[in-house]
Design a binder for this molecule. Structure first.
Ligand SMILES: Nc1ncnc2c1ncn2[C@@H]1O[C@H](COP(=O)(O)OP(=O)(O)O)[C@@H](O)[C@H]1O
Ligand SMILES: [Mg+2]
Length: 467
């Protein structure tokens, strides 16, 4: 996946690019990875020291150099070769920009949206790998640290950078676009993820649209025609617009005959201006069709032919963990681990998938809180609770701080006969389900990352029906 050493830079160059002060040998060369985790520091690399919540990277400066790092990017003096800068993320951004500017043949794509960025990025990267060496972030490495570190992995053999851009406020995406200016921009949807930081959906749309505003006139804006706020971004870009959509029949890239197998994996006919081809995804949930169409549109614009796109989508694996991972246990109980993150749209998508998987059994959901929703938090949890009850769950186990509004929403559905329970934590959720599960039952585990429910899913996956 790109492999090889990175673009070599001398310490003198690094000091110049970052505006930093060099303490060390100017001609020493960094030709290894740039890392912020000292345990990942290796020969020839550069260790960027950042002060995190638990530890201050400066304390690991010597360890990083002992492990082979040539120098440390730091904000205060360290007892090893260093480049001292005022701001480490800004220095990483400057280095990343220097690297992409020295790789004019690498084509840069940015993917944003409220839900599905990582899924789409992983699909798109598996398509562009068919065209040439590709650099894409691992998991959701998409913020002011992960983004430049990903870009810094590129080298002269890199042909495609497939980047995930996340925004927690206005200006964030514009900033990330400045680090690696994309020529191709994909906007998936405008939803309630981090809505608390933005104010409302129109503000979310403002921020996500910074991606298409950053595209040049010879670029391509790939927009979801099913989402009116995304489609409206066509007016905000100089780039050519290409649309995709599951529902909008005017979209350029579409899906017809969408069907789900018994594990919720979609098959569909991919419709493009070049023709049509069958696709069977290895991902779970109908919502992944939209993500697949976005990836197809991007790869098509980058030059992959229809057969390559369809085969590539059908062969693509889920690369990032805890997003709609479906496991069927030996005893016939199915567990859906979707505990990576949660917002109103992605919980609904997961509940729909749960309903589909549980056609021959009972559906249970262990739902934790959806973080960062701000003023709409309570109402959003009530709405999701109501949606869960309408999905006719056998049991809704609400975990943690927002359990009460989740259950209050579920109680609005008077016809619902399922069991509702509020528990303080994951262990209590497991206790509540113990001895209840039978063959054919399906359990969804979903919450924001902060709830750490992936451990609950792991226990359930290993568990026996008669635990
Ligand atoms: N198009 C979509 N609409 C709604 N939910 C989605 C969509 N694509 C993915 N999801 C769900 O959103 C959650 C996060 O997916 P992920 O791909 O990690 O998105 P992101 O990187 O934007 O957070 C998962 O639960 C996933 O199943
Ligand atoms: Mg992500």
């Amino acid at each position: 996946m790109g492999g090889g050493p990175v673009i070599p830079l001398t310490l003198a160059q690094i000091a110049e690019i970052t505006g930093g002060r060099l303490h060390g040998e100017p001609t020493a060369v960094v030709a290894g990875q740039v890392v912020i985790d000292s345990r990942r520091a290796g020969p020839g690399g550069l260790f960027a020291a950042v002060a995190g919540e638990r530890a201050d990277g400066h304390e690991f400066a010597s360890a990083a150099v002992a492990a082979g790092a040539v120098a440390v990017l730091a904000t205060r003096a360290v007892p090893v070769p260093s480049v001292l800068v005022a701001d480490v993320p800004a220095a990483l951004a400057a280095l990343a920009r220097f690297v992409v500017d020295s790789l004019p043949s690498a084509r840069i794509s940015g993917i944003t949206g409220s839900s599905g960025k990582t899924t789409t990025k992983d699909l798109a990267a598996q398509l562009t790998e068919r065209l040439g060496p590709t650099i894409a972030p691992a998991g959701s490495f998409n913020n002011e640290f992960g983004h430049p570190l990903t870009v810094l992995r590129a080298n002269s053999s890199t042909r495609y950078l497939v980047l995930e851009l996340s925004a927690r406020g206005p200006g964030h995406i514009a900033y990330l676009c400045g680090i690696a200016p994309p020529r191709y921009g994909v906007v998936l949807n405008v939803g309630h993820a981090h809505a608390g930081q933005f104010g409302g959906l129109d503000q979310v749309a403002r921020a996500k649209g910074e991606l298409v505003e950053a595209l040049p006139a010879d670029g391509v804006a790939i927009l979801n025609a099913d989402d009116p706020r995304v489609l409206a971004m066509a007016a905000r870009t100089a780039a050519r617009v290409v649309t995709f959509g599951v529902h909008d029949r005017a979209a350029a890239i579409r899906a017809a005959d969408v069907r789900l197998d018994d594990l919720g994996r979609p098959s569909f006919t991919l419709l493009t201006p070049e023709g049509s081809a069958p696709v069977t995804l290895r991902l779970h949930g109908a919502h992944t069709v939209s993500d697949a169409l976005a990836a197809a549109a991007l790869a098509g614009e980058l030059g992959l032919d229809l057969a390559g796109v369809a085969d590539g989508l059908s062969a693509a694996e889920a690369r990032s963990r805890w997003r709609m991972e479906v496991r069927r246990r030996g005893d016939g109980v199915t567990v859906i681990n979707d505990a990576y993150n949660a917002n109103p749209e992605s919980v609904r998508a997961a509940l729909e998938a749960l309903g589909h998987l549980a056609q021959d059994g009972r559906a249970f959901a262990i739902l934790g809180h959806m973080a960062e929703l701000g003023a709409i938090s309570s109402a959003s949890h009530e709405d999701v609770g109501e949606f869960a009850a309408r999905a006719d769950l056998a049991g809704l186990i609400a975990v943690g701080s927002e359990a009460e509004p989740l259950l209050a929403g579920a109680r609005r559905v008077r016809s619902w006969t399922g069991e509702a329970l509020a528990v303080p934590d994951g262990a209590a959720a497991l206790d509540a389900l113990a001895n209840q599960l039978k063959p054919g039952d399906v359990v969804l585990v979903k919450a924001s990352r902060a709830a750490h429910l992936e451990g609950v899913a792991a226990v359930l996956i290993q568990g026996e029906a008669d635990r």
